[in-house]
Design a protein around this ligand. Structure first.
Ligand code: ASC
Length: 155
């Protein structure tokens, strides 16, 4: 009995997809919802990369290059945010309110694209004060949209 149970458990574990993304209710997310999470992770990663360099947590040899590359990546991935909520892609951390207040979501998505483009321009100019100002605007843009449209979570 035990042996059969453990064999079944082992088989179940082995057959699990390596990176299956589960929604809060344990149902599997649609590919469109997974894609949204993938792109938003890219946005968060490049913003995090910029922040680490800008705040001096790391000091790469060519600091300018890192500030520019991270903010370019951020600005590029942020242009996709408006496209990440097609009908039928509900689920994950995205609140249903997105689909009933789509105009507001699209406005926030545009704010994200605009503010990150400004941060990339500031990084390219090398002006630290301009980067600081644009950095704050990007943070506000993220937070405004998340407060309204993203389910609260730990991280
Ligand atoms: C990030 C990230 C967010 C925003 C937000 C800014 O790096 O993942 O959701 O910044 O915390 O207010």
């Amino acid at each position: 009995m035990n042996r059969i149970f453990f064999a079944a458990l082992a088989a179940a574990v082995l057959l699990m997809p390596a990176h299956s993304v589960m929604a809060d209710d344990d149902t599997e997310l649609s590919d469109a919802a997974k894609y949204r999470e993938t792109v938003m992770e890219a946005v968060a990663s490049s913003f995090g990369g910029f922040i680490a360099v800008y705040l001096g947590k790391v000091e790469p040899k060519a600091e300018d290059k890192h500030l520019i590359a991270n903010t370019r990546a951020l600005a590029i991935s942020s242009t996709l945010i408006g496209d990440l909520v097609p009908p039928g892609s509900e689920g994950g951390n995205a609140l249903p309110l997105i689909w009933t207040e789509m105009d507001t979501y699209q406005k926030y998505a545009q704010d994200a694209a605009d503010s990150t483009a400004e941060l990339a321009r500031a990084a390219e100019s090398g002006d630290r004060a301009a980067m600081g100002k644009a950095f704050k605007a990007v943070g506000t843009s993220c937070k405004t949209c998340h407060d309204k449209f993203r389910e609260e979570h730990e991280s």
